[in-house]
Structure formats: C-alpha cells, structure tokens
Design a protein. Structure first.
Length: 620
C-alpha cells in the first residue's frame, strides 16, 4: 500500500515541478583515489578506474549488486541474469573469481571456509552502497592477494550531516522467464537507513531485505519454484576527537537463504544453502596536513550450511589489519608506506590457519610537463610457502590543452593469489606444498577528455600471463600447481558524453581472448550502452543495451565432460524516475529485458525474461 500511496502523491505533484536537473552525471575531472590511495585528478592517474557514483546507482534501483557491476567493461559476472541468488563467478579480463579482490570500505572481504576463499556478492545489499570503484588490472602492490585482474572497492553510505535523517526504499515486481510471462508479484526489496551528526559524533544504522520466488534454479519439465531471501543490518558510529583525529567503529550482520536444484543430471530438488556473515571493524585517521596515519581493522565470521544430497557445513574466520602512512612532500611527490596483516582460519578435521604479513611501499610523482609515475612494491610473507615479491611500474603522460587533455598510459605489474585453506589443508586432495599463483600484466592505452564538450573517450590493451595456478590434478587426485601458463589479452573501449543538460550517452566494448584452457563462460565480445534523457526537470528516462557474445560452457553432467558452445544474446532495459515533494520522494520503474529475449547464460540454468520493478525512494 505504501508504494501505491507514494505513486499517487507524486502524480498529484507533477504540476509543481521545480528546477532541479534530474540528469546528475559524474564530472569528467572527478578525483581518483583507489588506484594510488591519494586524491589525484583523473588526468594524473595512470590506471583504469571506473566509478559508479550515487547518482548512477539511483538509476539501477531495483537491480542487485551483481547486475550493476556487470555493466562495467572487462567484467562478466556469470549467473547475474538468472534466478536471484545464482552467482557462478566474477570474471575480469579473462580471469577467474579468485583473481578479483572485493573491498568494503577499503577492507578485504573473503570467506576462508569456501573452496576458492572468495566473497559471495549475494551478501551485499545495493541499498547500503554509496559508490562502487573498480580498478582494472594488477593491484597486488597496494592491495595484496587476489588483486590480479581487478579490485572492486565498495563504499557504504555514511552519516547525514543533519542531526537526524532517514532514507526509505521499497520496490516490488515480477520474477519470470521469457516463456512464462505471468506478471505475478514475486520479487521485492526494502531498506531503511537512519543517520545523523551531533557535533563531533555521527551515527548510521540501516536494515534491508530482499526476497524472490517464482523461478526454478535449473530448467526442467516441472520448473518448480526456488526461493531466495536476504536480510542485512548495519551500524556505524564515529567520533571526531579533534581536527586531526577521527575514529569510527562498525558492525554488520547478513543472512541469506538460497534454494537450489540438483545440477548433476539437472533434476528438481528441495536443496537449500543458508549462509550467515558477521563483521565488525574500526577505522582511524590521524591527519596532520601534509600527511596522515591510517589504520583499518576488521574481523569477519562466516557460517554456511548446504542442505543437499551431500550435506555439509562450513565455518570460517577472517582477520584483517592494514596500517599505512601517507605523506605529500610538495603536491608533486606522494608516498605511502604500509603494513598489511591478514589471517584466515577454518575447521576441517582440525582447525587450520594461515597468516600473511606484507610490508608495502608506493610512490607517485606528478610533473609540471605532464609525466606521471606510479611505482611500488610489496613483500608477501606467508606462513606456509614463505616470501614472494610483487611490484608495479605505471608511467603515464598527459598533454593538457585548452579545456581538454590527451593521456597516454602504460603499466607493468605483477600480482599473486594465495592458495585457499581448502587447497592447502582440506579434507580432499589437500597439498600443503602449493605455491602462490603468479600473474603479470602489461597494459597500455590512450584517453581523451574535453571538459567543455563533457566528453571522454578511452581505449586500452591488456596482456596477462598466469603461472603456477592451482588446479585439480585428476592423475594425482589432488590440488597442484600447473606447469603450463594461461595467456589472456584484450581491448577495452569506453565512451562517456553529456551532450546537453538533458541528454547523456555512455558505452563500452570489451574484446577478451584467453588461451591455455577452455575459458568457459567468458565472452569474446561484450558491449554495454545507455542513453539518458531528462523529460522534465524532475523526470528522467534511460535506455540500456547489452550484448554478451558467444562463448563456451562445460556440461559437467556428462562423462567425460564436454564443452558446449553458447549463442550470443542482447538485452534491452528501460528505467524511468520522477521526483516530487521538494525532491524528497522519487518513484521509479525498472523494466529489464523489455524485448523478452530467451537466452542461455549458464548451461542448464534458468534466465529471466521481461521483468518489471516498481518502487520509491523517500528522503526525510
């Protein structure tokens, strides 16, 4: 009822529209932080950084986190177009899920009890996110293990500057396949956040939930319904002791339930996966002008229960501490020296644990004549395999012109991926002598930006080599480091253009080629494009298009397994929003796959057809 009441209120207020432009777009000269941890202008950054800001996230309301990230060039999240709760891997630049590092507010998150020790993106609520930054390429020098193909840095919403403020979001809609367009309400999302600032103290608390039913996990004759539910609670408290010292503590609890079927033979089954995550942490900053000392620490626990034909439960703990000192010598020379500690532990037949202690250093030099240099190194120290050194060399040159710039960039970087606890000490095929996977990435590109024309165009080539990657050795019946190498290369092209105050365009194209294995579920060609238009000062519309090229998948239900080619597919999405009540209330409609295309994303698994989400966002 609240949703329909909001729509009626907005409808009655259409005639009272103000003058606020609904087409908020990220400025071309936005600050880039994540690639160097310094506040540098984009023109002085030598890395490829893509940021989805709060204004852009608003246009994705009704979508989950994996659907949003999947619009970025060079990234393919397998399963994001299927049933809610189905994520089979995050592939960046032709890599695998373990080669992508997930950060929440700058802190590494990973589940040590899982096979790959990666992070389940289903645990994230889009309603709690302020922005998403994606650093593409090797970044182990600053961020350590797993930062081989990309770093996804998710920033959560902070406290309002008011004494008290609240944000309420709710949406509901369909959840149906292309051949079963029943238009039943079977998917919903709700969240509420209360925050504020009282003198030196600030606070923020939020609760969110997502629910979906109506789709079967796999394609079968009966297509019974498999449900999904998600609940998350967040709390953050901060205190500014002085102009120099600021401290904040936070906590999060997330619970998710996913129903699934038997994938071996593709049979309906009453299986269920239940997961719980709890996370607490603190962040402290001492800023003395030219430099700052920062400390971030977090503890996370994971508890998972898989109820299937082969039931199992997993528990794991993760500890992260990152302390670093930043110093700006003269607005041209920046340095950062840090120490990163992490520990993963879980239970097999007995408790197993490894620790990593990495000192690192990184320097950035910005010249008056356009040359920029980003150089760093990290000494990885692991309790099992010993020491490993990684580094990066990232020069770029910027030619500044009247109201525009042309930037040439290149980089050479190495990175590492630590073997997981399961691979080192698990109950099946463990190998404590495993070495870390070694990756090296070479990239080069060009970027042109014109402020007056609100235009940015970039093109980049990357070449990546994987060595010592960990795989399951059928002959040895256990995990081993591969002797062969994996080679991946590709091209990424980006376009952003705000043609007028009302009209803006965005597009990206990715070509990816992977050699050395079967490269399943990685499309060779991928395109994303969107056009946005302000129909009035308060009404905004956008049309999105995505093309996922042909690729292969493996039929794991057959013996021996065989690779199956999958056809390319195109999807078109529509988004509409309208603001009213002094811009405090926004109602939106998000229609996905409006042409109702039928396609296969993962062999044997269900995909969504045309679906509609209707909702509102209220700021108090």
């Amino acid at each position: 009822m609240g949703l329909y009441a909001s729509i009626l209120v907005c409808a009655n207020g259409v005639a009272q529209q103000g003058q606020k432009d609904a087409t908020q777009v990220t400025q071309l000269q936005e600050v880039v932080v994540s690639d160097s941890r310094f506040e540098l202008k984009r023109e002085n950054s030598g890395k490829t950084v893509v940021k989805i800001d709060s204004a852009q996230l608003q246009r994705y309301q009704g979508k989950n986190v994996t659907e949003i990230i999947n619009t970025i060039s060079g990234i393919e999240i397998s399963g994001s177009r299927g049933r809610e709760g189905s994520v089979f891997g995050v592939y960046a630049r032709g890599g695998r899920g373990r080669q992508v590092l997930i950060l929440i507010d700058g802190i590494r998150v990973s589940d040590p009890s899982s096979l790959s020790a990666d992070y389940d993106l289903r645990l994230l609520s889009a309603a709690s996110i302020e922005s998403i930054e994606i650093i593409k390429g090797a970044a182990s020098t600053l961020y350590g293990t797993n930062a081989a193909t990309a770093v996804i840095n998710i920033t959560t919403k902070k406290a309002s500057k008011k004494a008290i403020a609240a944000t309420v979001m709710s949406s509901m809609g369909t959840n149906q396949t292309a051949d079963d367009q029943n238009y039943n309400i079977s998917r919903s999302s709700n969240s509420v956040q209360v925050s504020g600032t009282l003198d030196k103290f600030d606070y923020s608390g939020s609760f969110s939930n997502r629910y979906a039913e109506g789709l079967s996990d796999i394609i079968t004759a009966t297509n019974e319904k498999d449900g999904f539910s998600h609940f998350a609670t967040d709390l953050r408290l901060g205190y500014r002791f002085s102009d120099k010292l600021n401290l904040s503590v936070y906590g999060n609890q997330t619970k998710a339930r996913t129903d699934f079927d038997e994938s071996f033979g593709f049979l309906d089954a009453p299986y269920r996966f239940i997961s719980k995550q709890e996370r607490v942490g603190l962040a402290a900053i001492y800023d003395y002008g030219k430099g700052s000392l920062q400390a971030n620490a977090a503890y996370s626990s994971y508890d998972s229960d898989s109820q299937s034909a082969f039931p199992s439960s997993y528990k794991g703990n993760n500890y992260v501490v990152d302390v670093y000192h930043k110093y700006n010598f003269n607005d041209k020379f920046y340095s950062i020296v840090g120490l990163n500690y992490l520990a993963d532990e879980t239970d097999f037949s007995s408790k197993q644990k490894f620790e990593i202690t990495d000192p690192y250093v990184n320097v950035v030099y910005v010249t008056d004549f356009g040359l920029n240099l980003n150089v760093g190194g990290r000494l990885n120290n692991h309790t099992e395999y010993g020491s490993n050194f990684v580094y990066n060399i990232n020069p770029s040159f910027t030619l500044k012109m009247d109201g525009s710039y042309l930037k040439l960039l290149t980089s050479y970087a190495t990175s590492y991926i630590t073997p997981s606890l399961t691979q080192l000490f698990g109950n099946f095929g463990a190998n404590p002598d495993l070495k870390p996977e070694d990756d090296r990435t070479l990239e080069g590109g060009i970027e042109f930006a014109h402020d007056d024309a609100n235009l940015r165009v970039s093109a980049l080539y990357f070449n990546r080599k994987e060595e010592n990657f960990v795989y399951w050795d059928l002959v040895g019946n256990g995990y081993a480091n591969a002797e062969n190498t994996i080679d991946a290369q590709g091209v990424e092209v980006e376009l952003g253009w705000k043609a007028s105050k009302k009209l803006n365009f965005g597009a990206n194209y990715t070509f990816t080629e992977r050699k050395g294995d079967n490269a399943i579920r990685i499309p060779k060609h991928k395109v994303n494009a969107n056009v946005g238009y302000a129909l009035s000062p308060k009404t905004f519309a956008s049309l999105g298009y995505s093309l996922t090229g042909s690729r292969t998948d493996t039929d794991f239900a057959s013996y021996p397994t065989v690779d199956v080619p999958l056809d390319s597919f195109s999807l078109v999405d529509l988004y509409l929003s309208h603001e009213c009540i002094d811009n405090k209330l926004r109602i939106f409609l998000n229609a996905s796959n409006i042409l109702n295309e039928e396609y296969t994303e993962v062999l044997g698994f269900t995909t969504r057809g045309r679906n509609i989400m209707l909702g509102f966002n209220l700021n108090l």
